[in-house]
Write a protein that binds this ligand. Sequence first.
Ligand code: AMP
Length: 490
Amino acid sequence: MILDEILDVLKRENDDTAYIEKNISYTYNELYRFVSNIYNFLLLNNTERKPVIVYGNKQIYMKATFLACSYAGMTYVPIDISMPEERVKLIINQVDPYCIIGDFESKDYKNISSIKIEDMMKEKNYNNIKKIYMKPEDIYYIIFTSGSTGIPKGVKVTYKNLESCVKWLKNVTKIQKGVVLNQAIFSFDLSVADLYLSLISGSAHYILEDITTFNFGTIFEELKESNATLAVMTPSFADLLLTDKSFNKELLPKLNTIIFCGEKLFNITVEKLYERFDSIKIINSYGPTECTFAVTSIELKKDNINESNIPVGRVKEDTNIFILDNKRNILEENKIGEILIVGNSVAEGYLEEPEKNPFITYKGQKAYLTGDLGYMKDEILYCAGRMDNQIKFKGYRIELSDIEKNFYDLNYIDKVKAIAKSSNKNTVTKLVAFVKLKNGINKNITEIKKDLEKKLPGYMIPSIKILEEFPLNNNGKTDINRLRRIVNGE
Ligand code: AMP
C-alpha cells in the first residue's frame, strides 16, 4: 500500500531534496529522520493511539508528523495558524486529541510544544520505522471544513480512501520525479494531492508562502526558484498569477502539469495558460473533502476552451457518479440534478453526525450527497452550481450560515444576513454582512470585526454594513433579493 511505497522512497532518496520551505531545503534523509523520531515518540507516549492535532503553517514538521502518525496508526488533524483560537478550541473539543504538535499555546489543553518539536526532529540517534500500524479501515486524517451550524465539521478519511485517491492521482498525472509545487495550506484538502504526489514520486515538495499573506514581489521569485514540474492549485490562484505577465514559460520552464481542483475553472484561465505555457497539460478535477480530494478528472484539450462550461471529467474507476432529481431518481444525460458520489472515495463520515446527514447508503454502498448541481454528457461530468448557501471564496469553502452563526454568538447582534457578491462569471468577489444591532448597543464596524476575528479566519470575515432595519418583501419577510441587489450594485 502507499505507506509501504512512501517508506521505500524515504529510505531510497537519501540526499535528494524532499522539502523546500522559506528557502531552506531538507533532504529525504532528514525527512526520514524527522518522521522516525516523531513516530517513535508517539508510539512510546500515545499508547491509546488517540488522534494528534498538527498545528502550524506548512512547516516541514507538519508533513513529518502526518507521516509519523500514519506509520504509528494514529489519525492526524491538520490545523492552519489562520484559524483563530476560539475555533481551534471547537475542533479540539470534537477531536479529543492526545496532543497538539506545533506552536499552539493554550493552558486548557495538554500539548507537547514544550518538548520542542524542532529538537525532537534534530535528535541524531533515531530508530527506524519498524512496523506500519495503520490499517486500511483506520481513520487516516480528519480535515475540518466550514459547517452551517457555525461549528467546523470534521471529515473522517480512511487509509483506504487515501490509498484509492493517491493511486488514481498517480495514474492521472503520470507523475515523474521532479518538483511538486504547493499552494494550499495543509488544512485544505487540495494539499493532499501535492503532499502525497511528491512523496510517491520522490519529488521535492516546494512550499509557496501562504497566499493569504503573500506579496507579489516575492511570489514570482519563489516560483522561479522552485523550477516546478507539477503544480496543484485553485483556479483563483492561477487567475491571480496570470494578472502578472511574467507568469509564463520563462519563469517556469519545466512546468509540465497543472492540476486544478476546488472551484469552477473558467475558459479564460485555460486559454491564457495555453498561451503562456504552450505544451502544458492542464487537468481539471472535482470533488469535495468528503470524497477525499477529488473523484473526477479530465485533461483539457484546446477544444474544451470553446465549451461554455468547462467539464470536470470522468469519474475514477472505483467510484460512481449519479445525477439525481429531488426524489433521488437517476436523471438521464444532459439533465441537471444533484451530484451523488458512490464508492471507494466516499469518506467514513463526519466526526459529529449532523441532523441531516449527506452521507447515505445508496444501493448498499456508501454514498455522499454533494449538494452540487451537475449533469453528464458522454460520461463526462459538468458542474452547474450549488443547491444551498455554500460558496467558494478565494478557493476556500464557506457556509454563509457559518458566518451568520458566529455573528449571533457575539450576543449583541439582533439580525444578520451574509451575502456573497459575485462577478458576472459567478465568481465570489466579496463577502458582505448586513447587520442590525440589538437595542442600546453602540458598536462600530471596526469593533465588530475585531470581535469576529477571534472566532473566524480572515477569509471568512465579511465587509459589514450596519442597518437600522432590514428591508422587507411583500410577505413581510426579510427581502434577501433586495440585499443581494444592493451588494451586486444593481
Ligand atoms: P472542498 O471540500 O473545499 O474541496 O470543496 C468542495 C466543493 O468545491 C465541491 O462540492 C464543489 O462545490 C466545489 N468544487 C470542487 N471542484 C470543483 C470544480 N472543478 N468545478 C466546480 N466546483 C468545484
